[in-house]
Write a protein that binds this ligand. Structure first.
Ligand code: NAD
Length: 253
């Protein structure tokens, strides 16, 4: 059974690389019009080129999700380009290499919370009124397995992803009767620039990363993208407030 989509327009943040780019491509592959949003102009435009190269429809909007005015303008541009907003994947996020909790700095805290929490909150703040006005929609936020459990030297990141799950659940129950579903994806280690930046310097870390998943490997961006599409699809019509682990069995241990 293929996935079906009643809606036509999706916005993806952090779509200039990694999980966001793969998901933007996947939405376009299903025939949706995609607004590709990212801080990084080169990466965002590259995603749009990739979508257009396979006959899809996409536009790039530069947006720093930590800046309210830019997020507001992003959602206004979604409407001015494509007239509606059916699906939102709030995925932009950062991970900064951290020490133990007491070694954290204010700059690290503000940076991680700014993108991962404020960014997701701001995006939903400006997406929900659009979806309310048109009678429904679906939102997926990127949390992490670090939002469901903890690992050493990731305290601020882990707190930020727990917060994403809190925002997701809150929005889900507040808007459930308005036909807006809100879910989260919780990837374990996925092969992206974020992963490579954190692990490439030390091959032992990469081996360890593969080993923590019972399937014996790290995940692929397309494996997160397909979960996001499922959560947006009509087939997930009874699923809201859920945090879906895409973790190669890591949480089953
Ligand atoms: P990535 O670094 O490859 O891509 C992230 C994209 O977000 C980049 O294009 C970057 O420019 C953009 N971005 C960063 N800050 C931004 C901002 N302020 N405004 C707009 N765009 C911004 O990362 P990825 O691995 O694809 O991660 C995507 C999401 O998945 C993040 O939320 C991350 O926390 C989460 N995640 C990743 C992994 C992993 O192993 N890669 C695991 C769990 C969760």
């Amino acid at each position: 059974m293929g996935m079906t989509f009643t809606g036509q327009v999706a916005v993806v943040t952090g779509a200039g690389a990694g999980i966001g780019r793969a998901t933007a491509l996947a939405f376009a592959g299903e025939g949706l019009k995609v607004v590709v949003a990212d801080l990084d102009v080169t990466g965002g435009e590259c995603t749009v080129e990739q979508i257009k190269a396979v006959g899809g429809s996409a536009v790039f909007v530069r947006c720093d999700v930590t800046v309210e005015e830019q997020v507001k303008q992003l959602m206004e541009q979604v409407i001015s380009y494509y007239g509606r907003l059916d699906y939102a994947f709030n995925n932009a996020g950062i991970e900064i290499e951290q020490g133990r909790l007491a070694d954290g700095t204010m700059d690290e805290f503000d940076a991680i919370m700014g993108v991962n929490v404020k960014g997701v909150w701001l995006c939903m703040k400006y997406q929900l009124p659009l979806m309310l006005a048109q009678g429904g929609g679906a939102i997926v936020n990127t949390a992490s397995v670090a939002g469901l459990g903890a690992a050493p030297k990731m305290s601020i990141y882990s707190a930020s992803k727990h917060a994403v799950i809190g925002l997701t659940k809150s929005a889900a129950i507040e808007y459930a009767k308005k036909h807006i579903r809100v879910n989260a994806v919780c990837p374990a280690v996925i092969d992206t620039d974020m992963f490579r930046r954190a692990h490439e310097a030390d091959p032992r870390k990469a081996e360890f990363a593969a080993a923590i998943h019972p399937v014996g490997r790290i995940g692929k961006v397309e494996e997160v993208a397909s979960a996001v599409l499922y959560l947006c699809s009509d087939g997930a019509g009874f699923t809201t407030g859920h945090s879906l682990a895409i973790d190669g069995g890591a949480l089953a241990i």
